[in-house]
Design a protein around this ligand. Structure first.
Ligand SMILES: Nc1ccn([C@@H]2O[C@H](COP(=O)(O)OP(=O)(O)OP(=O)(O)O)[C@@H](O)[C@H]2O)c(=O)n1
Ligand SMILES: C[C@](O)(CO)[C@H](O)COP(=O)(O)O
Length: 224
């Protein structure tokens, strides 16, 4: 079955508050996004990689690729104004109707070969594979008036990417309009009544969001 990976890097990185978009910040000498793309290419030479980037970042990205002699092949697609529409744009660039598609955040560079492989394998079996990890901290539900109550953390997981699905399910689910409840692809497929199968992620598979994440990423990538 043909395998696709849509790597979304169409965001603005507002929470990072950096001079350059966070996906281009260098960790251990290489822009974050290159670490991520390298991980997927290492998984498979035949994987079709689709990179989603904002239109106004493409020239800078091309310059970075020249500078780092980054020659991995992928299809470049323009991002949208939400993660949902960036994924949708990536999906539109795929011509075929069958296969499996993994969607991964460009800013999750510490993704192991094992998780990528498990994600495709589980999705081949069940139609979906969404990575998650158990909570380590206690959690409380907080109401708008400040009232709060303890929740059983065993009922929750922190959801990561990759999130991998049958391509035909993805296409059907993404025919819907945008909702701000769609924080990931699993929420879109769930809204379309497709089953969501969880697989184990990793605590190292962090989403680089705020400045302190950069220090952890540096350590994890050094030991990868
Ligand atoms: N319009 C958007 C918004 C987000 N993303 C991607 O979705 C992933 C997760 O989003 P997040 O970490 O929130 O990235 P940003 O939106 O860039 O960050 P922020 O929310 O801090 O602005 C990132 O790889 C980001 O580039 C995207 O492709 N298109
Ligand atoms: C897709 C995701 O990384 C799963 O945890 C997450 O929902 C992205 O959220 P963000 O607010 O766009 O960073």
């Amino acid at each position: 079955m043909q395998e696709y990976a849509i790597i979304v890097a169409g965001g603005s990185g507002s929470r990072m508050k950096s001079d350059i978009p966070k996906q281009f910040i260098k960790i251990n000498g290489l822009p974050i996004l290159m670490h991520t793309i390298n991980a997927f290419r290492k998984y498979s030479e035949t994987l079709t990689i689709i990179l989603v980037l904002p239109n106004d970042q493409m020239t800078f990205w091309t310059q970075l690729c020249e500078h780092h002699l980054f020659s991995i092949t992928y299809t470049l697609v323009a991002g949208g104004d939400s993660r949902f529409s960036s994924v949708k744009n990536g999906l539109r660039s795929i011509q075929e109707n069958s296969g499996l598609v993994a969607v991964h955040d460009g800013v999750r560079p510490i993704i192991s070969n094992e998780i990528i492989a498990a994600s495709f394998a589980k999705a081949a079996e069940n139609g979906s594979a969404v990575t998650g990890v158990p909570l380590k901290d206690s959690i409380r539900k907080v109401e708008t008036n400040g009232d709060n109550a303890a929740m059983d953390r065993n009922n929750f997981q922190m959801i990561q990417t990759p999130q991998t699905f049958r391509l035909d399910w993805m296409r059907k689910a993404f025919e819907t309009g945008y909702s701000d409840q769609f924080t990931d692809c699993a929420s879109v497929l769930e809204a379309a009544a497709y089953p969501i199968h969880l697989i184990p992620g990793s605590y190292e598979n962090i989403k680089i969001t705020t400045p302190e994440d950069l220090r952890w990423a540096e350590i994890y990538l050094k030991n990868a």
